[in-house]
Design a protein around this ligand. Structure first.
Ligand code: GRF
Length: 184
């Protein structure tokens, strides 16, 4: 059985989609003690460890990002899945788990990478095509090799809310499918 660890900071809908798809998640790690993903993990019996985001900033979490590597990620982990994880991983972390970390981003990378509001930014730019990208994680944010990508076309009657919903629906099947391909 492959060991999969999920890192998440918020709602956790991608975590749930991964579990519902039948992928066994070893543990969830969050930087947000109030994240809804904690409740989702409890509900399905996946252990959840939380670091306090107040301790650090977006970049590396001022130290606990490295502690995470040493204290909470099993040595024999097969895949580290970032699912709405809002911290930038430290160079130490990325180096240690090279070729084992993936991320999902709600845009067609390299467009609208690096920020926290990719869907809104794509909308405000006036794009007619939105998208989702699953990619390997390297030190530079949202810049690693692309694994899977899907385009979502905007229709005239779409609103920011409706396009956001469509994007999440796409995420919820392409992320589990991609993970399954990688670990099998
Ligand atoms: C998703 O849109 C993902 O692409 C982005 O953060 C969001 C996380 O959503 N990286 P959730 O917490 O999985 O519901």
């Amino acid at each position: 059985m492959k060991k999969v660890v999920v890192l998440a900071s918020g709602e956790g809908s991608n975590f749930s989609a991964i579990v519902d798809f039948g992928i066994k998640v070893d543990k969830v790690i969050t930087d947000n003690p109030n994240a809804n993903v904690i409740k989702r993990a409890e509900k399905v019996g996946v252990p959840c460890i939380s670091f306090d985001r107040k301790e650090g900033d977006r970049k590396y979490g001022s130290g606990w990002c490295d502690r995470m590597v040493d204290e909470t990620i099993p040595e024999d982990v097969d895949l580290i899945v970032l699912a709405g994880y809002m911290r930038i991983l430290s160079p130490y972390f990325v180096k240690k788990w090279k070729d084992k970390i993936i991320n999902i981003h709600p845009s067609l990378l390299p467009a609208f990478g690096g920020g926290c509001h990719a869907i809104r930014d794509t909308w405000e730019y006036g794009c007619k095509v939105f998208g989702v990208t699953v990619h390997w994680v390297i030190e530079e944010v949202d810049a690693g090799p692309i694994i899977t990508q899907r385009a979502i076309h905007k229709f005239d009657d779409d609103t920011l809310e409706s396009i956001t919903e469509k994007i999440h629906r796409v995420e919820h099947y392409i992320y589990p499918e991609t993970i399954k391909k990688i670990i099998s």
